[in-house]
Design a protein. Structure first.
Length: 192
């Protein structure tokens, strides 16, 4: 579980175990530092773009600048660069339909969107139609624009694309956190 505390106007991140959901970039970097460097119990990253503002929390009441060899090595390695290139769940997924251009768009894939998409996909698998008995469905993209005309097959393919993308992000994060090579999934998918 990840816990956030405020200290000196910066978010201090303490982790008790790894998370099984996509992380934001700051949280991922904090997790990397905590699992890679001994004695680190928290990390402050007030400005993601400025590594000079990053600091660590070790046992004791004081925040220290990133200066010891573990943090310096981690910063110099490609690991942090790779973490900075993590696809963000907040960016959504770009969907292109080969059969219905009206459903082309960039869709939200946050946890609420995933739950709603999964619910509709499950309904279509059980009932071979959409909720309300319709044969086509309307879904809003991440900006709230409605896209009409999803067929059951297209919506199921949409749900599969979202699940594959989110799983790819989570798998990549776990690989990165465990020092393994990481390949990030594409943030776009083509469906029928």
């Amino acid at each position: 579980m990840l816990k956030k505390f405020l200290y000196a106007s910066s978010a201090i991140l303490f982790s008790t175990n790894l998370i099984a959901a996509p992380l934001d970039t700051t949280t991922l970097i904090a997790e990397l530092m905590q699992v890679s460097c001994s004695g680190v119990s928290g990390v402050s990253i007030p400005n993601l773009a400025d590594k000079a503002t990053w600091s660590i929390w070790r046992a004791g009441p004081k925040i220290q600048a990133l200066s010891d060899s573990c943090e310096a090595t981690l910063l110099a390695s490609g690991t942090i660069t790779s973490a900075l290139s993590v696809p963000l769940v907040s960016d959504g997924i770009s969907i292109t339909s080969t059969g219905n251009p009206a459903i082309n768009g960039t869709y939200s894939i946050d946890s609420d969107a995933q739950a709603n998409i999964s619910s509709v996909v499950l309904y279509t698998l059980v009932n071979s139609k959409f909720p309300g008995g319709t044969s086509t469905y309307v879904w809003a993209d991440k900006n709230g624009v409605l896209h009409s005309g999803f067929t059951v097959a297209q919506f199921q393919a949409f749900g599969t694309a979202v699940a594959d993308y989110v799983a790819g992000i989570v798998t990549g994060e776990f690989s990165l956190l465990n020092g393994m090579p990481t390949t990030w999934p594409s943030s776009s998918a083509t469906i029928p």
